[in-house]
Design a protein around this ligand. Structure first.
Ligand SMILES: [Mg+2]
Length: 379
């Protein structure tokens, strides 16, 4: 069996209202979907992190010629060949999100051709269900902090009523012109609302410099926050190391880093206690499994970052299913018509606050091709 075609499908949906985090405002959801077609017509789906621009050209012009005519069982060999080609072509600008999307599609295709779920191909599932946490509680375009707090608390109540048992809050309100004090006020309001029994994570999306990161981190400790995510820009590795030493609250990060080599350096320096590689950007399932295995060897938690379509979520579930010990799935609840509409059967959180790992071949999901066409980006 060989791969007959590599197709790219850019999808995009404008949002009714923008929402923000510590890095800026989101006004639309857009992804590049990769569709690999085998000789017998079997299809594997993948997804690239980030803008359509760039990823689409890289997949079509550089990666497709390496993959067409190849054996889809050779996920590892193809990963090496693509990674080498990108590094050779782009040096430090190599678009590993393009590699990630193709790698995901290869794993989905391989699983379907073998009639086995991807988790089984990765060594076997140790979890049939993965506890999920609700990502959301973003910034709105409001002019007063109490309005932002009201929006967050209402959303939190909705997420808890909808079976979620863990919540992640966005902080870094400097985007709205407020300082770290506003973040502490917001965190405190959420803790007061949900009580001590609900685990809360906070995510600054790289908003701070060291003094504010320490100040907010200490407040997070006092509020019993589970982890403090991306307090600093991803380039400030020394800052992450210092913060991890100074604070008791676990420092999390990883969605902005790629490849095993980069995570090896992060882990070696003990920069984070919770690693969050994204299967759509860090190098696909192939590389995120390696990162997770290294994290395990070094006794560092690894909970992949997920902020994509249900393809990214299913791929992440298959990796998480194979990781011993506690695992957590990031389940984005911010507005996203593509997340709701791309599959014939959407992925949902159960009454136990967990998500079932799909057991069908490949990723075990069915992409609704009509919906995929409806979401196709035009222009
Ligand atoms: Mg994050």
């Amino acid at each position: 069996m060989t791969i007959r075609a590599v197709e790219t499908i850019p999808i995009r949906q404008e949002l009714d209202a923008p929402f923000g985090n510590g890095q800026g405002w989101t006004t639309a959801r857009q992804y590049l979907i990769v569709r690999l077609v085998a000789d017998d017509g079997t299809i594997g789906y993948g997804e690239c992190w980030g803008p359509i621009a760039g990823n689409q050209q890289v997949v079509e012009q550089l990666i497709a010629p390496l993959v067409i005519g190849q054996d889809p069982m050779a996920t590892g060999r193809l990963w090496d060949e693509i990674a080498f080609r990108l590094r050779w072509a782009y040096h430090s600008f190599a678009p590993y999100s393009a590699l990630s999307g193709v790698d995901l599609a290869l794993w989905d295709l391989k699983g379907k051709l073998l009639g086995r779920p991807v988790a089984e191909l990765l060594g076997g599932a140790v979890h049939t269900r993965v506890p999920a946490y609700a990502t959301g509680h973003y910034f709105r375009q409001v002019d007063r902090l109490d309005r932002q707090i009201d929006v967050v608390l209402e959303e939190a109540r909705g997420n808890l009523a909808g079976s979620f048992r863990r919540l992640k809050l966005k902080i870094g309100l400097a985007l709205l012109g407020w300082g770290a004090d506003a973040d502490v006020t917001l965190m405190t309001a959420l803790r007061d609302e949900v009580g001590d029994g609900v685990p809360i994570m906070v995510d600054a999306n790289c908003a701070y410099r060291m003094p504010d990161a320490v100040r907010v981190g200490r407040a997070a400790e006092a509020l019993g926050v589970t982890w403090f995510e991306e307090p600093l820009p991803p380039t400030d590795i020394a800052g992450y190391c210092e913060l991890s030493r100074r604070l008791d609250v676990p420092i999390a990060g990883g969605e902005s880093w790629a490849l095993l080599s980069e995570f090896a350096e992060i882990f070696h320096r003990r920069a984070v206690s919770v690693a969050q590689p994204d299967v759509c950007s860090a190098g696909g399932i192939t590389e995120v499994k390696r990162i997770a295995d290294l994290a395990r060897a070094l006794n560092i938690a690894c909970y992949p970052h997920v902020w994509g379509t249900p393809i990214a979520m299913a791929a992440s579930l298959h990796v998480l299913a194979t990781l011993p010990g506690q695992v957590l799935l990031e389940f984005d609840q911010s507005p996203n018509p593509i997340r709701e509409g791309l599959l014939t059967t959407p992925i949902t959180v159960g009454s136990d606050g967990a998500v079932e790992v799909p057991t069908g071949p490949g990723f075990g999901i069915e992409v609704d091709e009509d919906q995929l066409e409806r979401f196709r980006a035009t222009g």
